[in-house]
Write a protein that binds this ligand. Structure first.
Ligand code: IPE
Ligand code: IPE
Ligand code: MG
Length: 259
């Protein structure tokens, strides 16, 4: 069986050359799910699950750095999460602020570059300022890129990109026939970031919930049967182990002998 690093996959224009061991995905997306059920199963309020989820996030970032992952995208708050009870939304906002205020200096000294994707308009001014500051402080860092998907929805992201392209066509700056896959990729908020090699979702749910729909065209998916607050390095390693056993073909022929 031949195992290939993501860097060797047949998509040369959408990947970066990673300085990591073979079989380690360059870009991992994480759908941090199951906080509420973790808490409810312990007869705790749902928000307690979110609080414990922040600790799992810290473990996840640390593990990603140790493993040599170059890009880690964490799904923190979806465009659709506004439909939750107001108290829960308030707590999720408070926890994001707490995470940025408490962890930013440490992330910066660990050379982590923070990038935020998602709609920033409509967020409270203090949250916007924290997100802007986190990006500005860390933009020159060369270690792990931590992509924080906050108030993020992939359909909204694609619609915004299409709208910008349509405006350019209407203004005569672009011709309709110039619009291609690469152009759309470069107009998304993830422009310049390689597509995720691996997407991990905790809690047992097997869906994307509006996360990186375009970018996940050839991602491998691993669904872990644990709730997010229980996530740790061993869980991440198990997902990577599963990833390493997959045969990524990108529409081509198998690299591995048949059964
Ligand atoms: C993930 O946990 C956190 C966010 C979506 C912000 P959930 O809150 O979705 O937990 P479950 O899925 O209800 O258990
Ligand atoms: C996805 O989880 C969003 C985040 C993890 C931030 P949800 O819990 O919101 O997704 P659904 O509602 O189960 O699809
Ligand atoms: Mg959920």
């Amino acid at each position: 069986m031949t195992l290939r690093a993501a860097s060797e996959a047949a998509v040369p224009d959408r990947t970066v050359a990673p300085a990591v061991a073979p079989r380690v995905p360059v870009h991992v997306g994480v759908i941090m799910d199951g906080n509420g059920r973790w808490a409810t199963s312990r007869k705790l309020p749902r928000v307690e699950g979110h609080r414990r989820g922040v600790e799992a996030l810290r473990r996840c970032v640390r593990a990603a750095r140790e493993i040599g992952i170059r890009f880690l995208t964490i799904y923190s708050f979806s465009s659709e999460n506004w439909s939750r009870p107001p108290g829960e939304v308030t707590e999720l906002m408070r926890l994001l602020k707490l995470f940025l205020r408490h962890d930013l200096a440490e992330l910066n000294s660990a050379h982590v570059r923070v990038k935020v994707i998602g709609e920033r308009q409509g967020l409270a001014p203090d949250i916007r300022a924290l997100l802007d500051d986190a990006e500005a402080l860390t933009c020159g860092n060369g270690g792990l890129t931590l992509v924080v998907a906050f108030n993020y929805g992939s359909r909204q992201e694609i619609a915004a990109a299409v709208s910008r392209i349509a405006a350019d066509v209407a203004a005569g700056r672009l011709k309709p026939q110039d619009v291609d896959v690469e152009m759309i990729s470069q107009r998304l908020e993830t422009a310049g970031i390689p597509d995720p090699d691996l997407i991990v979702r905790t809690s047992g749910e097997q869906r994307l919930s509006n996360f990186l729909l375009w970018q996940a065209a050839y991602s491998e998916f691993v669904f872990l049967p644990i709730y997010w607050p229980d996530f740790d390095k061993a869980a991440l390693l198990s997902a990577i182990d599963e990833y390493a056993r997959r045969d990524r073909r990108f529409g081509g022929v198998t690299a591995r002998p048949g059964p």
